[in-house]
Design a protein around this ligand. Structure first.
Ligand SMILES: CCCCCC/C=C/CC(=O)SCCNC(=O)CCNC(=O)[C@H](O)C(C)(C)COP(=O)(O)OP(=O)(O)OC[C@H]1O[C@@H](n2cnc3c(N)ncnc32)[C@H](O)[C@@H]1OP(=O)(O)O
Length: 712
């Protein structure tokens, strides 16, 4: 609701709808009622609108979308119309985050004040829609079309100071916001409001709008990668040169188009799933859940290994204000890491943050930390050696976490006398940038240890997802079938750039081969060598070229590595790179290697459509997701979706692999395609439909219903 009060001649409307004061129907109604009351009362000469508690309204109530409540009268447009046309000056007083409809409300007001810490923006594009309460029409009238396009298509929040510089807010106020806002409102009483109405202004440099739009189009389309909202936002902004009412009509038309698109619900699902993963639980062990398991307090963290991962993790921990002891046995590597960390931390806080960092070359210096994150090479023998040492030197309560991307947590835990305190914390590179943290419980991991790892994720600003222990966990296990099928496509006729193009057109920032070159083609190679599938010099003796342990195997990636083509770091991988450049250029050497291979093994080159490439790569990945759910490795399909959205660049506008499977492809069609492909390729094991998928198609039922504790 919105609480109505008066302070002398000023009516104050305080939106009170925790947690973020969103515009649920009862809030909209209360605002319209409050405005009418203030208009009617002759003693009221000005009006202040603000938010109670933590924030100014953060926009429409997203939970209402798709239900009748979202359009129940008065809708948000009517509220804003009442504000805009009010005869008495309306002042929006902003603290916290004025977002979406909240920011649009401020723009419809006659004056805007903000506290220095306030932030504002129009993030609707992330929900697959546009600022449909006049945001695409009012903002360009203030900041111009170019800046409006930048703000609306990025959805970024700006700080109060920047809003002041852009002319969005009239004043930044220090001290008590209510008091300041009331005093400001009094100071403008009696002044005409007509020339304060943004709706009545014209867009600056209106004659250049088409030019600006044209210049922005290419970048936006490239960044959007199949998302329809960004360019639709631009179309609405382009209409801001029209008279206000005509622009509003165009905005409404485009908003209706987006609201009914398949992408808007997918992006709203992604928004809620990102938050839902905080309500984690073990699918079988009832003691392990977010409600009852209590985390240990973590003030200091040990990081073992100062390579790329250890360094990134250290930066992340320092940025969150934790004390870190970074251990590295190689002095040169340790010094290099410290320098890089210093450079990466922002200038402003570097020295304070660096004072929280201690370096160590001796394990005994880790004795007092609350948790250790081991980040050494992905090698079981080495990890076991490290864990033995950690178990010996650290205090008994210390939690021992392994930053492994797929090794067996139980096997690591077994070398310690505290398997209940061993947990997996899989960070993604660059660890100080990537938001995902895949936390893995082992057979004996205690509720307290799981809760501590999950809480640490929150402390360091990660999106933490809890999963069970299996080779590759959730993310990399699913990726395995994707990359396997990508190389099988090369055998049949596709070239690396064909596969990458199709996957990038689907919406991934990078296809599998460009990705392989970026992370290093030798990562997978070393893994296959460790598993005995190949050796540095080719297949083990007496091994069939195209099979390993009864499964189809494509040796092309091994052949690439044997040529020393380890990716960008060696200037050549699936592609070639000019010195100093990261642009992937198709390489005749690789194409010839593939061609020779096809000839040698009797593969007949054929043209493969983009659609087949996408299906052959993504359907097995999704199929593995069904296996993972069936085995209880992921508790809910949304956990898998969040892992893919935040760790693997899965396009957000499709909701994530499992959402996409169910709501976009349809489970029946997915099953049918997998059956067709597996009949064509009977020895590609990952194309065999999972029993869970078959079962769901046969019996009906939804993925959301499989989960535990889900609110969605
Ligand atoms: C015909 C008429 C047409 C009119 C069209 C009107 C169109 C309007 C467009 C909009 O306004 S769309 C909404 C735009 N606003 C946003 O996208 C803001 C989304 N929220 C955030 O970015 C963040 O939540 C925050 C506000 C910055 C706060 O972040 P913080 O990290 O502090 O908290 P969270 O954990 O994210 O959120 C707490 C809690 O609140 C729920 N929530 C947040 N925003 C909304 C919302 N707009 N509607 C409903 N619920 C919201 C969030 O899900 C969390 O819930 P939980 O249960 O605790 O997980």
């Amino acid at each position: 609701m919105a609480e109505y009060s008066t302070l002398g001649s000023v009516a104050v409307l305080q939106v009170n709808n925790p947690p973020v004061n969103s515009f649920s129907h009862h809030v909209r109604q209360a605002l319209v009622d409050g405005l009418e009351r203030a208009q009617r009362d002759p003693a009221v000469r000005s009006i202040v609108i603000m938010g109670k508690g933590r924030t100014f309204p953060a926009g429409a109530d997203i939970r209402e979308f798709g239900s009748g409540a979202a359009v129940k009268m008065p809708n948000l447009l009517m509220v804003l119309q009442a504000v805009d046309t009010c005869q008495k000056p309306v002042v929006s007083a902003i603290h916290g985050t004025a977002l979406g409809g909240g920011f649009e409300l401020a723009l419809a007001s006659h004056y805007r004040l903000a506290v220095p810490s306030a932030r504002m923006g129009l993030p609707e594009v992330h929900l697959g829609i546009l600022p449909g309460a006049g945001g695409t029409q009012r903002l360009p009238r203030v900041v111009g079309v170019k800046t409006a396009i930048q703000m609306i298509t990025s959805g970024q929040h700006i700080k109060a100071q920047q809003a002041l510089s852009l002319g969005i807010v009239d004043k930044i106020v220090q001290g008590d916001l209510l008091k300041e806002a009331v005093s400001f409102a009094r100071s403008v009483e009696g002044r005409p409001v007509e020339d304060r109405r943004i709706s009545q202004k014209t867009v600056p440099e209106a004659d250049k709008v088409d030019e600006v739009v044209e210049a922005a189009r290419k970048t936006i389309l490239r960044k959007a990668r199949g998302a329809i909202a960004p360019m639709t936002c631009v179309q609405a902004i382009q209409a801001s040169v029209l008279p206000f009412e005509a622009g509003m009509a165009r905005e409404a038309e485009l908003m209706a188009f987006l609201m009914t698109s398949w992408q808007a619900p997918a992006q709203q699902y992604a928004f809620f799933s990102e938050r839902e993963v905080r309500r984690w639980s073990h699918p079988r062990d009832k003691r392990i859940n977010f409600k009852t398991a209590k985390p240990r307090v973590v003030k200091s963290v040990g990081v073992v290994g100062a390579g790329t991962m250890g360094m990134g993790i250290t930066i992340n921990l320092l940025q969150a204000g934790l004390k870190v002891v970074m251990l590295e046995v190689n002095k040169k590597q340790l010094d290099k890491a410290v320098n890089t960390i210093k450079k990466t931390l922002s200038q402003k806080s570097a020295s304070q943050k660096m004072s929280q960092l201690t370096t160590a070359m001796d394990y005994s210096q880790l004795r007092d930390v609350d948790i250790v994150i081991e980040a050494v090479f992905e090698n079981m023998r080495l990890k076991k050696e490290v864990f033995r040492k950690l178990d010996a030197v650290t205090k008994p309560q210390t939690i021992l976490a392994s930053n492994t991307s797929g090794l067996n947590i139980d096997e690591i835990a077994a070398v310690t006398k505290r398997p209940d305190k061993v947990v997996g914390t899989h960070f993604f590179a660059p660890a100080n940038v990537m938001r995902l943290l895949e936390n893995i419980y082992g057979r004996q991991t205690s509720p307290e240890t799981v809760a501590t790892a999950m809480q640490l994720g929150v402390t360091i600003g990660k999106v933490g997802v809890l999963v069970g222990n299996c080779p590759g966990f959730v993310g990399n296990r699913m990726l395995g079938s994707y990359t396997a099928e990508a190389v099988f496509l090369l055998e049949e006729g596709a070239e690396p750039q064909d596969v990458d193009r199709a996957i990038e057109e689907f919406g991934f920032p990078m296809g599998p081969f460009r990705m392989g070159d970026l992370s290093g083609t030798d990562i997978g190679w070393k893994g296959r060598i460790a598993k005995g599938l190949t050796t540095e010099h080719g297949p083990p003796p007496a091994t069939p070229a195209l099979y390993r342990r009864g499964n189809r195997y494509c040796p092309l990636p091994d052949m690439l590595c044997m040529k020393g083509r380890l990716g960008q770091k060696t200037g050549a991988g699936w592609y070639r790179y000019e010195p100093g450049s990261r642009t992937a250029l198709p390489d005749p050497v690789v194409l010839q290697m593939i061609q020779d291979y096809r000839q040698e093994h009797g593969f007949k080159k054929r043209t493969i459509s983009s659609q087949e490439i996408v299906e052959r790569c993504l359907y097995p990945l999704i199929n593995e997701g069904f296996h993972i759910l069936d085995e209880g490795i992921a508790a809910r399909s949304l956990d898998i979706d969040v892992i893919y959205l935040f760790g693997y660049g899965w396009p957000r506008h499709t909701g994530g692999p499992m959402y996409y499977a169910e709501r976009v492809i349809g489970l029946e069609k997915l099953l049918c395609s997998l059956e067709t492909y597996s009949a064509r390729y009977p020895d590609h094991a990952h194309l065999q439909p999972s029993p869970l998928l078959r079962n769901m198609v046969a019996k009906g039922g939804s993925l959301a219903a499989l989960g535990t504790d889900s609110k969605l």
